[in-house]
Design a protein around this ligand. Structure first.
Ligand code: PLP
Length: 489
């Protein structure tokens, strides 16, 4: 299957490209994104057939439906990485929390957050495409915390790929920072930028605009690629677990085949819930897709009013930082599926020029048939962490946002699946504060508090981070970033 462009084609790029091309250079004509030419239809037969399948068998059959230009052996190697998750037979446990409420835990991979679900297999596939083309790629990433560790973990020692990861020196948790600065591989470089996430991102933007940087890459025969969450090579793996979760509920005798369920997803750049949207378009029985966010409630306002408005440009820092976002890039793919390329281009151009777009009443209706949304403040989130804990479930602040929309937006007679995107170990100070009132603890202390309160062991891999050798110690001003990277290359 080939991939086409959300904003149509400007004739500087081919009308359609292969999967390999779409993942190597993910930005399409007019600044749009690549989408599959059509979505394969699964039908109840597909679901029934996979009731007894393993996660990998389901994933491999689903990927086959997209007929992508990647060898079966490479796909098998990529999917084998799920064997390294906590339970090799089931990388995504679905846990019953109370009557009609289930949590799908997407954090059982090597860096303890949902980013591993896609980045683990994606890293293998990107490296194999680069090797086949005999080209070298540089991946630049600015991370607020979860993408960085997951990208480093997946690309370490992969041939034909180098990664430079920039993180805000005072913007990540201790665990997130240690996960990055202790990664030891010659193709990885991790740089702390003095400042916050915006500073890291603007350092990256300046670099991408620099001619001397581009010239150096050319001289060294290195091309730029990207592993960010608009890359369809990540999205494709994020369709699988939505289907897996549905099958899990059938296996647990919670639902019968064909029964509709809510999928309730803590959302930022909209990659996770987009996978659910595609699964529904492909035939998964979904009642509604629920978008949960924090006080950066741009998505809630879009779904409730049809207006995407970021004119005030006001980004709040919350206790669920992976969802602190104004421009939620993957929404564009939904616009394309619902309204077509011409209209998508119009809307996105409005957003680029005026920081706002407005859907028509008919368009809003179509959107609301599929999605509902609500947002949750930090204080509400802490209350949900506390009350879920007293029901026996320990969760992180991103997951907690879903409990608000579960209360306000769902019919609780219908089964809900809430997506848990991070292990408690990654955001321990917030959780310790919710459980005991302990303020501003460092990660080490907060981990110990939670471990004692909840009678859970701190996982060895997390404990080990605090004694591991620091490999990447540079923390620099954002102006010095180019010099630092050229040294590495
Ligand atoms: C990335 C991330 C999210 C947001 O996912 P999107 O696909 O960007 O919507 C939510 N929670 C955690 C912990 C994450 O790392």
């Amino acid at each position: 299957m080939n991939f086409i462009q959300t904003r149509g084609c400007d004739d500087t790029k081919p009308k359609s490209v292969t999967f390999s091309e779409a993942i190597l250079s993910p930005i399409a004509s007019f600044g749009g994104l690549y989408v599959p030419e059509n979505l394969p239809q699964l039908g109840i037969e597909f679901l029934t057939k996979h009731l007894a399948s393993s996660y990998k068998e389901l994933a491999s059959d689903l990927l086959a439906k997209f007929e992508i230009d990647i060898d079966d052996a490479v796909i098998a190697e990529a999917l084998a990485l799920y064997d390294n998750f906590d339970d090799a037979t089931n990388p995504v446990p679905v846990v019953k929390v109370k009557e009609n409420l289930y949590v799908s835990e997407l954090y059982h991979g090597p860096t303890r957050a949902f980013k591993d679900m896609a980045l683990q297999p994606f890293g293998k596939i990107l490296s194999s495409v680069a090797q086949k083309k005999e080209e070298n790629y540089l991946i630049l990433a600015a991370t607020s915390g979860d993408t960085g560790p997951a990208a480093l973990e997946t690309f370490k020692n992969q041939k034909n790929i180098q990664v430079v990861c920039m993180y805000p020196a005072n913007g990540t948790s201790d665990v997130q920072r240690l996960q990055m600065v202790t990664e030891d591989a010659s193709n990885l470089k991790v740089i702390g930028i003095k400042g916050n996430f915006d500073d890291a991102q603007s350092a990256l933007k300046n670099l991408l605009a620099s001619d001397s940087f581009k010239d150096t890459l050319k001289e060294k025969h290195i091309s730029l690629s990207a592993a960010n969450s608009v890359n369809f090579g990540r999205i494709i793996f994020q369709i699988v677990y939505h289907i897996h979760n549905y099958l899990e509920l059938i296996r647990q005798d919670a639902i019968v085949m064909g029964e509709k369920v809510y999928l309730n997803v803590p959302s930022g750049n909209f990659g996770n819930v987009l996978g659910g949207f595609y699964a529904q378009m492909m035939g998964l029985p979904v009642e509604k897709l629920i978008i949960s966010s924090n006080e950066n409630n741009i998505l809630t306002r879009l779904i409730q009013t049809g207006i995407y408005d970021i004119r005030d440009g006001d980004l709040k820092l919350t206790t669920s930082p992976a969802m602190d976002i104004l421009k939620s890039s993957n929404v564009e793919r939904v616009l394309y599926e619902l309204y077509g390329a011409d209209r998508t281009r119009e809307l996105m151009e409005d957003l680029d020029k005026n920081n706002i777009y407005t859907l028509t009443a008919d368009e809003l209706c179509k959107l609301q048939e599929i999605f509902v949304a609500d947002y949750c403040s930090d204080d509400e989130g802490k209350e949900y962490i506390k009350s879920a804990f007293s029901d026996g479930y320990l969760m992180d602040p991103h997951t907690a946002t879903c409990f608000k929309a579960y209360e306000t937006k769902t019919n609780q007679n219908i089964k809900s699946i809430i997506y848990s995107t991070a292990e408690w170990t990654k955001f321990s100070p917030v959780i310790a504060n919710a459980l005991t009132g302990e303020e501003n603890a460092e990660d080490m202390k907060a981990l110990a508090t939670i471990s004692k309160e909840a009678k859970v062991e701190i996982p060895d891999m997390i404990k080990a981070l605090f004694t591991k050798e620091i490999i990447h110690s540079s923390v620099i001003e954002k102006e010095d970033i180019e010099k630092e990277i050229l040294k590495f290359l």
